[in-house]
Design a protein around this ligand. Structure first.
Ligand SMILES: C[S@@+](CC[C@H](N)C(=O)[O-])C[C@H]1O[C@@H](n2cnc3c(N)ncnc32)[C@H](O)[C@@H]1O
Length: 277
């Protein structure tokens, strides 16, 4: 029998959910921008699909997101993957079934059923979007995908392993201020400041991310900088963001992103990466 290669590369998980603003495509441009210095703890206060976390695979991490459904899902993958995999088998890809699952109140489900519903809806909803109405109820229509891959067991196992050393918190990004010690690396990927007054792509959870929230975030960035943390932040390439962070290092990266529903508006856009190191 051929012997196993001794230094085969670690297999990295892919983000387990489709998420607006996912950073997978930007990772090659981010690679030279991550800290060279060693850090003892990684914190990601707008973790979303977690593309950067699953790429860096830090041994100790605190992951935060205001979306409680997403954080419950990560907790269940980490702590009860077998139960989740068993529950996922019940799902069917039909319109009637989709709307019956969508209608369930997640608060009345067990954590495992809630995570199972979350992943099912993420894989079968139109565009894989997670959007809620003003009451916080998921309201994306059925996506009519022929063969959505709802259960990717091998990837979920890699995700569970990656999350083993992670603390998961459902809440506002500002709790990072109570949790980040000097020397920690904090990566912020907030809902972006809109390119135009009318653009509104910030409705992940009820209550959009406002201009005041962007200023609150800037103050958190500055506080972590004074504390001696390594801080990196992504945002839109807009005069408001450039002015707000003018005292820090600003790099430009290029994204192929559909930030506009008109097809002619789907060309590459520039985005900013702001760092205090
Ligand atoms: C641009 S997405 C992050 C995308 C992520 N980096 C990825 O690669 O998938 C922004 C995230 O911030 C979360 N969010 C919005 N407002 C928040 C707040 N006030 N505090 C913490 N998280 C928030 C949203 O639920 C969403 O998951």
């Amino acid at each position: 029998m051929p012997s196993k290669p001794t230094n085969s590369p670690i297999k990295k998980p892919k983000p387990p959910v489709k998420w607006a603003g996912g950073k997978t495509q930007l990772l090659p441009q981010f690679a030279p921008l991550f800290p060279r210095k060693k850090y003892n703890l990684y914190l990601e206060p707008f973790v979303g699909g977690g593309a950067v976390f699953f790429h860096l695979l830090p041994p100790a991490a605190i992951l935060i997101d205001s979306n409680g459904e997403l954080i419950n899902f990560y907790r269940v993958v980490r702590d009860r993957l077998d139960q989740l995999l068993a529950d996922l088998k019940k799902h069917k890809n039909t319109r009637e079934y989709y709307y019956s699952i969508r209608a369930l109140d997640p608060e009345k489900l067990s954590p495992v059923q809630r995570a199972s519903r979350f992943l099912y809806l993420n894989k079968t909803a139109y565009n894989g979007l997670w959007r809620v109405n003003s009451k916080g109820q998921f309201n994306v229509p059925y996506g009519r995908y022929k063969n959505p891959r709802i259960i990717d067991k091998e990837n979920l196992q890699l995700v569970a392993e990656a999350l083993r050393g992670a603390e998961l918190i459902a809440g506002d990004f500002s709790c990072v201020l109570d949790l980040a010690p000097p020397g920690a690396f904090v990566y912020f990927d907030p809902p972006y400041y809109p390119l135009t007054e009318t653009a509104n792509f910030t409705s992940y959870t009820p209550g959009a991310f406002t201009r005041e929230d962007q200023i609150r975030l800037f103050k958190a960035f500055a506080e972590l900088d004074r504390r001696g943390c390594l801080v990196m932040l992504s945002n839109s390439d807009t005069p408001f963001i450039r002015t707000l962070y003018a005292q820090y290092d600003i790099q430009v990266v290029t994204a192929r992103r559909a930030i506009n529903c008109r097809p002619e508006g789907r060309g590459p856009v520039t985005e900013l990466v702001i760092r205090n190191y």
